[in-house]
Design a protein around this ligand. Sequence first.
Ligand code: IPM
Ligand code: MG
Length: 364
Amino acid sequence: MGPEVVREGIKVLKAVEETHGIDFDLVPYPCGGKHYLEAGEEWPDAAFESCKTADAILLGAIGYPGANLPNGNLAGSGVVFGLRFGLDLYANVRPARLYPGVKHKIHGGLKKVWDPGKVDFVIVRENTEDIYAPIRGTLKRGGFEELAVDSRVITHKGSERVIRFAFELSNRRQGAPLDGKKRVTCVDKSNVLDGCRLFRRVYDRVAEEYPGVERDYAYVDAFMQWMIRGPEAYDVVVTSNLFGDIATDLAAVLQGGMGLAASGNMGDHHAMFEPIHGSAPKYEGQDKANPMGTVLAVQMMLEWLGEKKGDGSLLGASAAVEAAVKAVLSEGKHLTYDLGGKAKCSQVGDALAEAVKKASKPQG
Ligand code: IPM
Ligand code: MG
């Protein structure tokens, strides 16, 4: 359902064009597992070059049953990793924020722990190394003697740039909901792994440059339960690639589910924005998926572009898109199944586009 949620993201961009005097030059490309089955390619040859010259990239989702490359990899993963590695998008920024009117996805009996406003942190996931490094292989394929190796690569450079990114982000934020303190939590497994010891040493060095930001450490296993038990203590969390992949799906339950979770893959020159959820093939073609993850990815994209270009109208558009999501959520009339509603994907997109227009009108 990647194309379906992206269609609604574009609808919202069109509403932004109408209301904010911005013109987007939209260049669409097909990609992913289904495209691979139909066209024999993960994406068109021209797509990567085009992404390289684009100001920003919006991606739906990849993955389709039975769509695998000859080497066994998921067809479409070449798109995600082609962009993350090829454009050096080293920081995968994944906010977890519970908006008013949204119920978290944990047993209702504990609801008071997650009042809106108590979940407002960002996980910054390293995005170019760790166990995602394409250094892997298999011996004696098929038999009981089969052996598979995935190498975990952590570098000083890769750690330093993503950790610095996290501290800079904390500096721009309002601090953790619990106490208003700016805080960067280093999540690792440095009690066991060399790579994590390197990561933590680099964290300590970078932290010295930011005396106004509190240091905080957690082993990844313990972090998983603290994040759920006391999300209000977190402001920015920085971690390596695989830990961040796992932690952000769990973090999504604190914000109402994967349907609301957005991400930005950011480098120094390029950025790609995508919902965190996958392609959910069982909902394909049913106009059923929640487009809000994609729309919030559009919101992050507008903010990133606005900051990069020093352009106030893009920043205003980003604020209007977030206001629209909040308005549609708290009104509660146009919600998809995952949030307890009956609305279709396209109806939520319509409501969001309308709300962008409303949010952009001068008040009074
Ligand atoms: C994510 C996804 C991807 C990842 C998959 C689709 C390759 O789970 O963006 O979190 O593992 O990074
Ligand atoms: Mg993931």
